[in-house]
Design a protein. Structure first.
Length: 119
């Protein structure tokens, strides 16, 4: 009897690789047409691709997604101007910290009221 030598997980990984490669190939053109930054266009395309199910479940893709997220956070951190942050007006800093405190307090209260999971 003939046994299949094609690994189904390998086909899923190949499909994911092709979809991501096409996304990366066309994202600069789409970014230019929409007049959006390239990273924002790639995030939007990734969300669209994931929403419509063009990408299957794979451990390799999960690893790639994590690396991509870490890279995105690194790029976002590089955009922060620390001199402007530390030279910020004290009143603006107080209002910002109060806003964050209020946001987390209200969020925690809503989670407690509705009995939602903390994770």
């Amino acid at each position: 009897m003939h046994q299949s030598v094609i690994d189904p997980q390998g086909l899923i990984d190949l499909k994911i690789l092709i979809v991501i490669a096409l996304c990366l190939l066309f994202s600069p053109h789409i970014a230019r047409i929409l007049r959006l930054p390239l990273s924002a266009t790639e995030i939007i395309l990734g969300a669209i691709i994931a929403y419509f199910g063009f990408i299957g479940k794979s451990e390799n893709f999960a690893l790639l997604a994590n690396v991509g997220f870490y890279y995105l956070m690194f790029i976002a951190g590089m955009e922060v101007n620390l001199r402007a942050f530390f030279n910020m007006d004290k009143e603006v800093a107080k209002k910002s910290f109060f806003y964050i405190f209020l946001l987390y307090t209200l969020s925690s209260f809503i989670v407690w009221i509705f009995g939602l999971s903390l994770v």
